[in-house]
Design a protein around this ligand. Structure first.
Ligand code: SF4
Length: 444
């Protein structure tokens, strides 16, 4: 019996890729174990969005360099970025596979099993997407569905086009069939995934765009919630807001990465939109009757970013009042146009800007969340906080709402199997910058 261990770093795309890798390996008779010590095959599904993420995998490999009789494999973005150099850096590694080569993973493993040597899958020249009937999902309530892989945008700081290749959309029917299958398995929430979901085009009929696919997915019987990530402002059309307005099943929450509030920096980042063009999309979203929550990504310290550019980003936070911001310091990445740009901002200055931005956003989030107090929100129950005894729910706006249930006659409390996966109305009674607290308004 072949046992495998997999550790995943990075984004939701990587998490879902690992779910498909696990399914593929189980189909080949492998059994998943939960420590590298127990495993015959040790895999790291890697992220190279920032240098720190990349260093983590080499640290892991170094920790295991003396392990005997195991096959070590590096998957994902660092695999594609570093390629066969990994065999030199970590000679005990025998498998290196980029995400565009996952459809060949099974064959590459057979190659190692039979030949005993090394194997690499590093071609980006493909129109294929990683589709497998065998996906082992960890979350029993919310399921990811990849609709597009790769990216053609080439933002100046980003490695994704070099590590995941050009954009490749999945067939319309294949996506909807997976949504129907998931509904049949009892899933009620699906999340459409892609580096840039807005540029989705059905390969069999390019007239069919992301907005249409979103609406079709929202009409899948049994599916109560549809989310999607990640959007790109340049491709984010008014038609997407119209679909959200028309379909209650589409969650009233949009993640629209802006990266900077300065048009000058956006141009240097090759983001292909200006601050004004971005704000137009914010107006569409803020003007919707569905009270759409908005989150974003921001990079501080991009080469050449002046104090005034940074101030423009802080002003954008005040103007938009995001419900959530994921903010990072600029990290130099290999092969990217920005790598060749000079004028790098000192690390301590980046840290100062990040701290100021996060402090400002923390106050905005506290204000936004406080606005929820007194309202009743429908949550999908996803967990239990043992230490506080509170249930963990998620609203349609993707806010975490920790709540208690009314006492039962006789004092018994509901069990996890009774609660997990249920949709319950919860009144918000308290708010923090990152979550809400409340009480369920019906007996359970
Ligand atoms: S849109 Fe830009 S930041 Fe996003 S994955 Fe593509 S190149 Fe990277």
């Amino acid at each position: 019996m072949k046992r495998f261990y997999i550790e995943t770093f990075g984004c939701q795309m990587n998490v879902h890729d690992s779910e498909k890798v696990i399914g593929t390996l189980e189909q080949k008779g492998y059994v998943q174990v939960h420590s590298p010590e127990q495993a015959d095959l040790v895999l790291y599904n890697t992220c190279s969005i920032r240098d720190k993420a990349e260093q983590k995998v080499f640290q892991r490999l170094n920790e295991n360099r003396r392990a005997k009789g195991k096959v070590f494999g590096v998957l994902g973005c660092v695999a594609q970025q570093e390629g066969e150099k990994i065999f030199e850096k970590a000679p005990h590694v025998r498998l290196v596979v980029g995400s565009a080569s996952y459809p060949r993973l099974g064959d590459l493993l057979v190659q190692i099993e039979q030949g005993g040597g090394r194997a690499a899958g590093l071609s980006l020249d493909t129109d294929a997407t990683f589709e497998t009937p065998a996906t082992r999902r960890d979350n029993p309530y919310r399921a990811y569905i990849t609709i597009i892989e790769g990216c053609d945008k080439h933002c100046a700081y980003c490695v994704v086009p070099f590590t995941r290749g050009r954009e490749r959309s999945r067939r319309w029917e294949s996506v909807l069939e997976e949504a129907r299958t998931l509904a049949g398995m009892g899933y009620t929430e699906i999340q459409l995934l892609g580096q840039n979901v807005n540029s989705y085009r059905d390969p069999e009929n390019p007239e069919r765009t992301f907005a249409g696919l979103l609406e079709a997915a929202a009409q899948t019987p049994g599916i109560r919630r549809v989310r999607f990530t990640t959007s790109h402002p340049r491709d984010f059309g008014r038609d997407i807001v119209d679909v959200i307005d028309r379909n209650e099943t589409v969650c009233n929450m949009v993640h629209l990465p802006v990266q900077s509030g300065s048009t000058r920096v956006l141009a240097a980042m090759q983001r292909q939109y200006t601050r004004d063009e971005y704000m137009r999309r914010v107006e569409w979203l803020k003007g919707s009757p569905r009270n759409i929550a908005l989150s974003t990504d921001i990079i501080v310290g991009f080469p050449g970013e002046t104090e005034e550019d940074f101030r423009e980003t802080l002003r954008l936070l005040e103007e938009v009042e995001y419900d959530q911001v994921f903010s990072f310091k600029y990290s130099v990445r290999p092969n990217t146009p920005a790598q060749k740009m000079g004028d790098h901002i000192p690390e301590e200055e980046k840290s100062r800007r990040l701290a100021e931005l996060q402090e400002k956003q923390r106050n905005i989030q506290l204000r936004r969340n406080s606005g929820q107090i007194g309202t009743v929100q429908e949550v999908l129950v996803e967990g239990l906080n043992r230490s506080t005894g509170q249930w963990i729910g998620r609203t349609t706006q993707n806010r975490v709402l920790n709540f208690v249930t009314p006492p039962r006659a006789g004092g018994s409390v509901p069990g996890r199997e009774e609660m997990f996966g249920r949709y319950l109305p919860v009144r918000v009674t308290r708010a923090g910058p990152n979550s809400l607290a409340g009480e369920c308004v019906i007996a359970v």
